[in-house]
Design a protein around this ligand. Structure first.
Ligand code: IDP
Ligand code: MG
Length: 141
């Protein structure tokens, strides 16, 4: 069966709280294979570009400020049905609405500071992956 890919970032709040290990454990235990990964920090211009789709939303400036306040961990994940299965694993955007056992339920503090990103489509997974990784940083079979 064909595998496909999604893109994730462990956001600054998760890195600050030392949740990199537990979150990666949840991701790999759920069957996702890490095929690219780095710790990095978004610039203001980078965060604005990454979240450009939200530029007219009231929370846009706060989101850019949050996403640039410290390091993130970016990764590309491979699994059958990766995009949809990963959205289930991370849970709803607002951790108050997230299902028990999801990463946001366990590790997010609020809708603004919600620990983790997951792509919402195959197309965006490809765009977001290319934003962070060059071809030779991606290790797939
Ligand atoms: P998603 O991350 O679950 O796909 P989006 O609607 O794409 O959610 O929003 C992107 C990010 O913007 C969220 O993960 C969260 O960090 C932030 N965000 C979304 N909605 C709100 C809000 O109502 N208030 C503050 N921040 C928000
Ligand atoms: Mg989204």
């Amino acid at each position: 069966m064909a595998t496909n890919r999604t893109f994730t970032m462990l956001k600054p709040d998760a890195v600050e709280k030392n949740y990199i290990g537990p979150i990666l454990e949840k991701i790999t235990a759920a069957g996702f294979k890490i095929i690219a990964m780095k710790m990095t920090r978004l610039t203001e211009a980078g965060a604005k570009q990454f979240y450009e789709i939200h530029k007219d939303r009231p929370f846009y400036n706060d989101l850019v400020k949050f996403m640039t306040r410290g390091p993130i961990v970016a990764a590309i994940l491979e699994k059958e049905n990766a995009v949809a299965d990963f959205r289930v694993l991370i849970g709803a955007t607002n951790p108050n609405d997230a299902a028990e056992g999801t990463i946001r339920k366990l590790y997010a503090e609020s809708v603004s500071f919600n620990a983790i990103h997951g792509s919402d489509s195959d197309e965006n997974a490809a765009i977001e992956s290319a934003f962070h990784f060059s071809g030779r940083e991606i290790f797939s079979n």
